[in-house]
Design a protein around this ligand. Structure first.
Ligand SMILES: Cc1cc2nc3c(=O)[nH]c(=O)nc-3n(C[C@H](O)[C@H](O)[C@H](O)COP(=O)(O)O)c2cc1C
Length: 218
């Protein structure tokens, strides 16, 4: 058989190498194998509802590791025309689900107060503060406790909300009430983490029950 010229052999090897690089660069990371889902914020489904008044004194503060609580926070802020604030730990929780479970469990066992990335929020500008978080081991993550203890909630109305894989908000409502006894706590809501993006109507009905949204024309 006739031998292939060397230059053709080099060209062939180069083409195979280029193809392998191109094929591998488009791969996506596999999401963690838990019941958490990244969701996108969707517009409010109920256009007949409108904020009761000027809501510039309402803050929606939330902590979210994988985006579900952030989605619900976005829905609340959008429907009320309120401000949004992300509660951010100085040291981010791991993306790895197993590692996050271990750290969260350890912090809960130690009754830890993980450090916040910043504490320069001007809370005095707000009368009403929504506090959102994922349920971790039945309760609010310890970073929420740090946040509540870092600011003066005297005289504020506080409304908790959470996302979870099935647990309800009730245990965390009790622990939040004990942490900020100077605040008035209103009834919170539990949203399923996997349907956070579809929670617009549920959020509307809860905000209406709280008297923060009214039906147009009323
Ligand atoms: C450390 C950890 C502990 C969790 N513990 C619970 C739990 O006790 N009950 C529950 O229903 N879901 C639990 N989950 C699931 C989360 O509450 C749920 O996925 C939530 O929607 C995540 O919100 P995020 O995307 O805003 O972080 C846990 C998740 C993690 C990472």
């Amino acid at each position: 058989m006739k031998k292939m010229p060397k230059i053709l052999v080099y060209l062939f090897v180069l083409m195979v190498a280029l193809c392998l690089t191109a094929c591998s660069s488009g791969q996506e990371e596999t999401p963690p194998a838990d019941n958490e889902q990244q969701q996108e914020v969707t517009p409010s489904p109920d256009e007949q509802q409108e904020p009761q008044a000027d809501n510039s004194t309402i803050l929606v503060a939330y902590f979210s590791r994988t985006g579900n609580t952030e989605t619900v926070a976005g829905l609340i802020a959008e429907q009320l025309g309120a401000d949004l604030y992300a509660i951010t730990p100085a040291e981010a929780y791991p993306e790895d689900y197993q590692q996050a479970l271990e750290i969260a469990q350890q912090q809960q066992d130690d009754d830890a107060r993980p450090e916040l990335a910043d504490t320069d929020l001007d809370l005095s500008a707000y009368d009403t503060v929504f506090i959102g978080y994922p349920i971790w081991y039945g309760y609010e993550p310890m970073i929420i406790r740090t946040f509540l203890e870092s600011y003066d909630f005297s005289g504020k109305t506080v409304i908790p909300f959470c996302t979870s894989g099935g647990s309800t908000i009730s245990a965390s409502e009790q622990s939040i009430a004990a942490l900020i006894p100077q605040a008035t706590l209103l009834e919170g809501i539990t949203i399923s983490g996997s349907s956070a993006a579809d929670a617009g109507a549920e959020v509307t009905s809860w905000l209406t029950d709280l008297g923060l949204l009214t039906t147009q024309g009323e």
